[in-house]
Design a protein around this ligand. Structure first.
Ligand SMILES: NC(=O)c1ccc[n+]([C@@H]2O[C@H](COP(=O)([O-])OP(=O)(O)OC[C@H]3O[C@@H](n4cnc5c(N)ncnc54)[C@H](O)[C@@H]3O)[C@@H](O)[C@H]2O)c1
Length: 255
């Protein structure tokens, strides 16, 4: 995006993104790299992630650091963060972006499935923040952005484990903001509306749901990944220095 805002405070800031290889995460990776931030990301989608690194290097001159990692494996996540510290230095921006919105019927959910949904949609956010907090304390400040969703606010069915995990993000944000605020670390929730990633278009967006978007959003343009990245950049930059423990919604006015 040639007309995107510039945030001088993001230059050289080590930024760690979960699920940064595709969807909204890919646009986060691209847009933070374009600000001159030193971006590292974890993802399970290796082919897409490596292709993204090539594209970002072509655009910005600097390849992000991609570490293959399944976030359900917390020791692997902790090791990835340690690798980032060794290669790039202390992380001062954490974007807890990864999630999986697989649909599930109430009667089909088992205990194992429920735990697995939390293991991707909820648990890594806390453990990434726990591992990176010491980096931010040494750095003297930091910004953590936890990705929520408007789905639970608008009463969406068909994926109760996902909507519960996403509602719980707000509790994590507010609790961490209180604990980490004295160290200059800010924690906020970013709630995307329905964002037209390739995955959403391939799996869930139908002619009927397109009509639903038109009826539900105040503005009729589609919400795109760069709209979400624009808010993440602001929340990561020093320009939002007084914003913490809050929710920021980018949904075209749906919720
Ligand atoms: N797209 C939307 O409409 C929408 C709406 C509301 C909220 N959100 C939220 O925004 C964030 C990004 O959404 P998205 O649509 O880009 O998601 P996505 O599913 O398209 O991408 C998520 C990324 O996380 C990675 N990932 C998934 N499981 C992983 C695992 N176990 N370990 C490591 N990486 C893993 C995927 O490979 C992918 O690159 C999520 O937190 C999502 O809940 C998205």
């Amino acid at each position: 995006m040639s007309n995107e805002a510039r945030y001088p405070s993001l230059r050289d800031r080590v930024t760690f993104i979960t699920g940064g290889g595709s969807g909204i995460g890919a646009e986060l990776t691209r847009s933070f790299a374009a600000q001159g931030a030193r971006v590292a990301f974890v993802d399970i989608a290796e082919t897409e992630s490596r292709a993204l690194c090539d594209r970002v290097k072509e655009e910005t001159g600097q390849a992000p650091l991609f570490i293959p990692c399944d976030l359900r494996d917390i020791p692997a996540l902790q090791a990835a963060i340690e690798q980032v510290r060794g290669q790039l230095g202390d992380v001062s921006v954490l974007l807890n972006n990864a999630a999986n919105d697989q649909r599930h019927a109430v009667e089909e959910v088992t205990v194992e499935y429920w735990d697995e949904r939390m293991a991707i949609n909820q648990r890594p956010m806390f453990f990434a923040a726990q591992s990176i907090a010491p980096h931010m304390k040494r750095f003297g400040r930091g910004s953590i952005v936890n990705f929520g969703s408007i789905s639970w606010k608008i009463g969406q069915g068909g994926m109760p484990a996902y909507t519960m995990a996403k509602a719980s993000v707000h509790g994590l944000t507010r609790g961490l903001a209180r604990d980490l605020g004295p160290f200059g670390i800010r924690v906020n929730t970013l709630l995307p509306g329905w964002v037209m990633t390739q995955r959403q278009l391939d799996l869930w967006v139908t002619p009927e749901s397109a009509k639903q978007i038109d009826a539900s959003q105040c503005i009729k343009d589609r919400v795109m990944p760069h709209h979400i990245a624009a808010m993440a950049l602001f929340l990561a930059a020093d320009d939002s220095a007084a914003c913490t423990a809050q929710e920021f919604t980018v949904d075209g006015g749906w919720s």
